[in-house]
Design a protein around this ligand. Structure first.
Ligand SMILES: Nc1nc2c(ncn2[C@@H]2O[C@H](COP(=O)(O)OP(=O)(O)OP(=O)(O)O)[C@@H](O)[C@H]2O)c(=O)[nH]1
Length: 306
């Protein structure tokens, strides 16, 4: 059997008619370059099937275009747009919109707070793009890990220290040396506030031709103040403890800070965010969400195959 005699089910009349929002492939493995580094990405790519009578799209055309346009190449916005245009061109008369979601992890080198050490942190990200009759739409999603120390727990711990101090010194006049020594003992810190490893999930709708993922991550970490560390010596750990002591955070505080930080970025058209504090006090999480301009910009881009 040669290519001429192979049956092509895709071009047949559909046994059951109707337009479809999205048809494509999910979770395609693809090596590519992002922000100058190699990334092992997973990609969902598809088109709308607006011709209600045609049975199927041509998946191989999308798959091959993806590999040819992005495989081991820089995933820039012009490259993503060109790929989606190619998907539409290869489905002329069938599809009016094409979209792609690209997921991976970006590794960034982060230096220690005090020592000259550094290490790598993995930042999960997602890039979602869509080309339709209304234009080219881009959303960028990223996750940032940080430490949050409970303000309530800190206040209660301070009160516990006061009570222990009052009990130990029982209203007598103690010398500086005596108090200094007591503060350095375990009795001088009878309670410790609870801290938690926390996550910020950021989704921004972009304007412009750039994919400023590193800038987004840096802005979020700067706003949060106590980003997770990589290489740590004792001097770094003490600096981190002090930074946490000066950066007490309810989940509401973290969400508000990020909301302000994202609004200040000139290339962010809209955002929505969710912070999750994995409480060590509770077996459940403390969660806060914020958004800005999101509803006005229409539907969120499709996050993966429906
Ligand atoms: N449309 C569609 N194709 C599917 C599906 N599952 C698997 N495929 C396969 O995807 C393969 C590639 O499809 P096409 O792009 O139409 O392949 P082709 O007809 O050789 O390529 P063209 O000549 O460019 O149309 C086919 O062998 C289909 O069977 C599905 O659910 N829908």
């Amino acid at each position: 059997m040669n290519i001429q005699t192979l049956p092509d089910m895709a071009i047949q009349n559909a046994p059951c008619h109707g337009a479809l929002d999205w048809v494509g492939m999910g979770d395609i493995a693809l090596p590519l370059i992002l922000c100058g580094q190699p990334v092992q990405a997973r990609v969902d790519i598809g088109v709308s099937l607006d011709d209600a009578n045609t049975r199927g799209i041509h998946m191989s055309r999308l798959y091959l275009a993806l590999g040819e346009e992005l495989g081991n190449r820089p995933a820039t916005l012009p490259a993503l747009r060109q790929l989606l245009q190619r998907c539409l061109d290869s489905h002329e008369g069938l599809s009016r919109s094409a979209s792609l979601v690209l997921r991976g992890e970006l590794l960034l080198e982060r230096t220690a707070l005090v020592s000259a050490l550094s290490g790598y942190k993995a930042y999960p990200f997602e890039i979602a793009v869509r080309l339709d009759p209304w234009g080219f739409h881009v959303e960028l999603q990223a996750e940032v890990g940080y430490s949050s120390t409970c303000p309530c727990s800190a206040a209660l711990s301070r009160q516990a220290t006061q009570n222990a101090f009052a009990q130990h010194f029982a209203k007598r006049l103690a010398s500086f040396e005596e108090v200094h020594e007591w503060l350095g003992s375990q009795a001088g810190m009878p309670a410790t506030p609870h801290s938690q490893r926390s996550q910020a999930h950021l989704r921004v709708r972009l304007t412009g031709d750039e994919l400023p993922l590193v800038e987004l991550l840096d802005s979020a970490e700067a706003a949060l103040g106590t980003a997770l560390q990589t290489a740590v010596k004792r001097a770094d750990e003490q600096a981190f403890a002090i930074a946490n002591g000066h950066n007490l955070l309810f989940c509401e505080d973290a969400a508000r800070r990020l909301d302000q930080a994202l609004k200040a970025l000139p290339w962010v058209e809209a955002h929505r965010l969710r912070v999750v504090h994995a409480e060590s006090l509770h077996a459940h999480d403390a969660v806060a969400c914020a958004s800005w301009g999101w509803a006005l910009g229409g539907q969120a881009l499709m996050s993966g195959a429906p």
